[in-house]
Design a protein around this ligand. Structure first.
Ligand code: NAP
Length: 483
């Protein structure tokens, strides 16, 4: 396939494409067919170190590059991404599985981080105030934190990269990106685009590897990396936080979710069903913000379940490249088994399957859109991220019950609530323990908004006005008055 053939397959270090030192390669597969798409370089720890050395070498010059110049490189890259929407969308569909329409939407969403942060690059501010005792002027400036390590998952191959690369470059930081081994092609294509947009050598380096732990740990312990920005599971986030503790590296952690979605009796049911479809089925349910537990007031539960089941059963499952496909394959066989095991466990504990729930035969990692009613507290879904197209419904009777159940999790990334009562909306939003809330909507992601979680869903925010702060340090200079 031409789009795959045209993507560089090597490591990107110091502005040049290079084979892994060991000449090892890793296989990139199409989850819709199980077939190999291509091989890309499989980095060793020594390759990782070379990438960090390149980022360190480029740091001073990039930090000294005028903000307008940094901004315009990002803006040119934004234009190029948009211009190449079809190529990038097809690449993502091939390596990750999502339907082409969703991949195109990710291109628009992912590109927007470059446009947003191209605008923020020229607005990095400081301050000058007088100390309360009048003896000193307090001059505050902002500086790039330094070389950063960025680690991303496979579920949004473009956007998870641009959401980190955009603010880091805008702030004046150089970076090493380690994408997920399932979806390296989009990141490699992005490196080519940034180079075309004029990014100097060494500012962005890309290391693809099957040995994430072996490559990353020495880099975090080596003392050259000043910042880790990680998106992935909470389990891996905990390991990386511990490694960063030893060298006191700044971290941003975008970790796992277990989003509750609450439908109150006064919700507009059309809006609630539509919002639930988006919150549940965007990216086949393989989203950190995916609705994992759906609480519906008893008085509307039957009607809501019937309407949701009709919508879910009507979705077309198939390869993302086929026109009309609504639901592509899951990322791999392990992800599919996990979703199916969770469904079987829920049924064992008393839930009823309203649609789906059968493991399909044939090639590809497909799983049918599934609705479960009557999820009981014993079911593993209550505290496990499903990461698949499974909607699990629970009924409730009082607002207090719904909020207590929604908050009964170690995670706190996204929550959703559906109600037409403004007092209730604000009261419940206040009480929900999550970094983001969708009020009468199933979509919270927006490059202009601060994306991130509380509790064990993470530390820090990506996007919005604060996204660039994650890559900047304050420096305060005391200036005696009259000096
Ligand atoms: P994962 O297993 O934690 O992997 C994420 C990334 O970390 C991959 O590149 C992975 O490479 C790497 N990694 C794994 N172990 C590592 C280690 N010991 N040292 C360094 N790097 C390591 O997560 P995933 O299964 O790919 O992604 C799904 C998870 O990401 C879900 O929990 C989801 O909620 C979360 N997520 C969160 C957000 C957010 O913004 N909060 C967004 C998207 C996804 P390997 O694959 O080679 O191990």
């Amino acid at each position: 396939m031409t789009v795959v053939r045209d993507v560089p397959k090597q490591l990107f270090i110091g502005g040049t494409w290079q084979d892994a030192e060991s000449a090892r390669t890793l296989s990139v597969d199409n989850p819709a067919t199980g077939e190999e798409l291509c091989q890309v370089a499989d980095a060793s720890p020594a390759d990782g170190q070379r990438a960090v050395d390149a980022a360190v070498a480029a740091q001073a010059a990039w930090a000294a590059t005028a903000p307008r110049v940094r901004s315009e490189i990002l803006r040119r890259a934004y234009d190029l991404i948009i211009e190449r929407t079809e190529v990038l969308a097809l690449l993502m569909t091939l390596e990750m599985g999502k339907p082409l329409a969703e991949a195109r939407a990710e291109v628009a969403y992912g590109a927007e981080f470059f446009r947003w942060f191209s605008e923020e690059a020229v607005r990095i501010d400081g301050g000058l105030t007088t100390a309360p005792d009048g003896r000193n002027r307090l001059l505050v400036t902002r500086q790039p934190v330094g070389p950063c390590l960025l680690i991303t998952p496979w579920n949004f191959p473009l956007a998870m990269g641009t959401r980190k690369i955009g603010p880091a470059l805008a702030a004046g930081c150089t970076v090493v990106l380690k994408p997920a081994p399932q979806t390296p092609l989009t990141s490699l294509a992005l490196a080519a685009i940034l180079t075309e947009a004029g990014l100097p050598a060494g500012v962005l380096n890309i290391v693809t590897t099957t040995d994430a732990a072996g490559v990353v740990e020495p880099l975090l312990r080596g003392g050259q990396i000043r910042k880790l920005s990680f998106t992935g599971s909470t389990a891996v986030g905990r390991i990386l936080l511990a490694q960063c503790a030893d060298t006191v590296i700044r971290t941003s952690m975008e970790l796992g979710g277990n989003a509750p979605l609450i439908v109150f009796e006064d919700a507009d049911l059309d809006t609630a069903v539509e919002g639930t479809m988006v919150a549940k089925m965007r990216n086949m349910g393989e989203s950190c913000c995916a609705a994992n537990r759906i609480y519906v007031h008893t008085s509307v539960a039957r009607e809501f379940a019937a309407r949701l089941t009709t919508r879910m059963a009507a979705l077309r499952v198939g390869p993302g490249t086929e026109p009309g496909t609504d639901v592509g394959p899951l990322i791999d066989a392990t992800a599919r088994s996990k979703a199916h095991d969770l469904v079987q466990d829920a049924v064992k504990h008393g839930a009823t399957v309203l649609t789906g729930g059968e493991l399909p035969t044939g090639p590809g990692c497909f799983y049918p859109p599934t609705v479960l009613a009557g999820l009981t507290p014993e079911a593993a879904i209550n505290d496990t991220e499903i990461f698949g197209p499974v909607a699990a419904l629970v009924t409730f009777d009082t607002e207090d019950q719904a909020v207590t159940a929604a908050n009964d999790t170690e995670f706190g990334l996204a929550s959703y609530l559906f109600t037409q009562n403004l007092d209730r909306a604000l009261r419940v939003a206040d009480r929900l323990e999550s970094g983001m809330i969708g009020l009468n909507t199933g979509l919270v992601s927006n490059p202009a908004a601060p994306f991130g979680g509380i509790k064990q869903s993470g530390l820090g925010r990506e996007g919005g006005r604060v996204g660039i702060d994650e890559f900047l340090e304050y420096k305060y200079i005391a200036v005696p008055v009259g000096a």
